[in-house]
Design a protein around this ligand. Structure first.
Ligand SMILES: *[C@@H]1O[C@H](CO)[C@@H](O)[C@H](O)[C@H]1NC(C)=O
Length: 256
């Protein structure tokens, strides 16, 4: 937790320094003065939004609804999961040697909630039981089974925007959008962001290839993640995050 706070403080400091570097040190005044304009632009949000400590970007606080959607045309019998949490390459390397979800500093507390009723959702409903963390370790002790089949992480369900099996109203895109609807503790993320890696059954070693994420589209892409990953998708806590399996495209939007 201390490390987390230090890290957040550090990110904020870097942003401030970068901002100040763009401002000439000699003050100037008058209608064409860049200093005056920049200063106004930077300080306006802090004066209107809050009476407490100024921050550069608002942090998502507490437990927020967070959707992860991964597009992949799959075949019947394949199932998709995600592993992830706090980035362990650059953000929290100490997690690389962790061994379980319950104690790892990179695990993020979650509950996966219902996406619908009926047999289409039976696997998702079975596997989300006892899955209390988004983590890097696959099934948690005590996580649910579907018949005799265990989970490989946090389960996703196949969804479509068309009437029939798998219809889900949050899907505004089309068939083959694998989805998980999470309650996530944003306080445990890296400044509001977390890594996601898809795992697909009956697919190579299961994991999607490493990806380099491009800049995202959507109303939630107004700020950049505080880090980049050369392996995983980077998702935003409290938003609808839509990715492509094995490639860098992404869309981050606000809940309506
Ligand atoms: C998950 O649900 C349990 C039981 O209702 C609750 O105690 C916990 O705070 C929830 N966690 C999150 C991240 O929503």
């Amino acid at each position: 937790m201390l490390l987390h706070l230090l890290l957040m403080a550090n990110v904020g400091w870097l942003v401030l320094v970068a901002g100040q570097n763009e401002v000439p040190t000699v003050p100037c005044y008058g209608p064409d003065c860049l200093v005056t304009e920049l200063t106004t632009e930077i300080t306006t949000p802090t004066t209107t939004e809050s009476t407490t400590t100024p921050t550069t970007t608002p942090l998502p606080a507490g437990i927020r609804r967070t959707l992860v959607v991964i597009y992949k045309a799959t075949t019947v019998g394949q199932d998709m999961f995600i592993q992830g949490g706090v980035n362990k390459e650059t953000i929290r390397p100490s997690c690389a040697s962790d061994v379980n979800a319950a104690t790892s500093d990179c695990s993020i507390s979650i509950n996966a909630t219902s996406l619908g009723t009926g047999s289409h959702w039976a696997k998702y409903d079975a596997w989300r039981v006892g899955d209390t963390k988004l983590d890097w370790f696959g099934a948690q002790p005590g996580q649910g089974y579907y018949q005799t089949f265990g989970a490989f992480g946090t389960p996703l369900a196949w969804t479509t925007n068309e009437p029939g099996d798998g219809y889900q109203q949050l899907n505004t895109w089309g068939p083959n959008h694998w989805m998980v609807d999470l309650q996530m503790n944003c306080d445990e993320t890296a400044n509001g962001w977390f890594d996601v890696k898809a795992y697909l059954t009956q697919f190579g070693n299961g994991f999607e290839p490493d990806i380099q994420q491009s800049s995202c589209t959507g109303s939630g892409a107004d700020v950049l993640p505080p880090y980049s990953s050369n392996k995983n998708h980077v998702a935003r806590c409290g938003y609808i995050n839509r990715f492509n399996f094995g490639s860098g495209g992404c869309e981050i939007t606000e809940f309506q």
